[in-house]
Write a new protein. Structure first.
Length: 96
């Protein structure tokens, strides 16, 4: 399971991945970037979840990750926006 498109991640970004009702979405700095039913590759996590590499042992990303927040359910839009606002203020990243 991977997200390709490193050019989207140039500079500091708040990246939100959402899988709700079989529609997957990626938000960048609070703005919907991709919204597709079952096309994105992060929809079927297995017991092994890797951040910063593909297949866990190869194809490593060169990036700094400041914070990762994982929820055990899909957030309501207002909850997602509140988390993005919190991260925006904490990390001084402008959101849309």
């Amino acid at each position: 399971n991977s997200i390709n498109g490193g050019s989207l991640l140039v500079g500091s970004k708040i990246v939100t991945l959402e899988n709700k009702n079989q529609v997957q979405a990626i938000y960048l700095n609070g703005e919907l970037s991709v919204d597709e039913p079952n096309i994105l590759e992060f929809g079927a996590f297995t017991s092994n979840f890797y951040i910063g590499s593909q297949d866990g042992t190869q194809n490593f990303s060169k990036m700094d990750v400041g914070e990762i927040i994982v929820f055990n359910r899909a957030l309501k839009n207002e909850e997602r926006e509140a988390v993005e606002q919190y991260l925006s203020e904490k990390w001084k990243i402008s959101i849309n």
